[in-house]
Design a protein around this ligand. Sequence first.
Ligand code: UDP
Length: 493
Amino acid sequence: MDSEANHQLHILFFPYFAYGHMIPIIDMAKLFAARGVKTTIILTPVNASVFSSSIDRERSLGLDIHIQVIRFPGAEAGLPEGVESIDDMTSPEMLPKLLAAIKMLQQPLEKLIQQHRPDSIVADSLILFATEVAIKYCIPRFVFHGTSFYAQCVDESLKCHRPYMGITSDREAFLVPGLPDKIEMTRLQLSDIFKSERMAGIWDLVRDAEQRSYGILVNSFNELEPAYAMHYDKVMGKRAWAVGPVSLRNRDNIDKVQRGKKTTISEHAVLNWLDTKELDSVLYICFGSMARFSKAQLLEIAVGLEDSGISFIWVVRTIKKEEEESFLPTGFEDRMEGKGLIIREWAPQVLILDHPAVGGFMTHCGWNSTLEGLSAGVPMITWPMFGEQFHNENFITQVLKVGIKVGVEKWSSWIDTEDVQVKKEKIANVVSRLMGDGEEGKHMRMRAKELGEKAKEAVEQGGSSYERLTALIQELEMVKNTSPANVALSHLA
Ligand code: UDP
């Protein structure tokens, strides 16, 4: 290694193996690399094969960015061969096995650190052992949560104050105390960290590892949630850097198309279809990388969309592949020709959202999708299911006021095999309200466009996220030249 290379910062990125976590952490690694930092992303063979062409392309354009492949001990944990991410799982029961396999990656991580001697590690909040390893090797560990300041503040308030205790009905609204806004929830919307002891235990471990880390990297931007960034700072007492929206790092069409799994429609096919549509006339419907609906719910969505009369692109992920076609009403695809485009399994989401013809987004409120919709300046119809998605729904509808709730009442698993949560009449009504000519939709569209502009400004030179990243890189350069003991102490700051 020459002396110049020795001065270059080197950061390891360790994602949790789910697309909603890998995609943004890889965008983040690209952001650091675009600022002259050497970045290495740790992935297992199947996951590496999904992202390698995008990383190779970045490297061919001059970025010092790499994938380090490590073996995935899936078989030792009882997982079938080839299952290396949540997305590959066929039932929620596989989740503890996936977590067990990930836990076995501590030794391989230590070996990589001995081999590469990185200056820092950015690891997902669920890679708990990264904090221990970082402390052992005296390098700063950053936690990547993959969610907003807002959601973390809500969870912290719920954990501390337990306002859901003493409520008589699961549907009765209670106030989440101590937040900058008046936020109401019901017990039905609470996630499993408030219902299952096992999940509560994992949450406590995550918080503990976070407290002992150097700081937090947040995929958000200051102008979006300034009050919650301050509240987080006050309540959690941990330093946080908002450096997003990271998806805006993908500027050209190839970046947008290669960001994630191989798309099941070509860039040209989808753009040609959208080019025939008027400004803000198309509703994009997608429920993220994991959510799968029952056949009965898919049927309700299909009929609701048809009844609304609005043009749409609908990304459909079914529970069993052989059922793919059978949920559609008879003659649906013929009637929808030119009006509705169905994409099976994986769509180039950011490419679609950024097209001027897209004027609304029906989303499950995963944080990446939420932020991607906001960055594209598109108002939303919110259909939360699991994780912290009910918090994101409230953030979109109650705080930012750029979306309408479709009316889901109950937190559920990401594989919903039985229920119909929302009926076709409700779906058609909400779609018409958001996409029609009424004042409500118009105002939301205007507010969403303003937020989209602010998001773009945040990542440009001089913008809040750009400058936070500059400051962080400068700090890490100073830390690189400091004594290991100081780094160890800074984890406890
Ligand atoms: N995504 C995509 N195409 C799809 C489905 C998902 O590109 O067909 C991307 C989407 O752009 C986002 C991520 O996958 O970056 C999903 O993350 P999110 O937090 O929204 O939801 P999750 O998948 O974690 O439930």
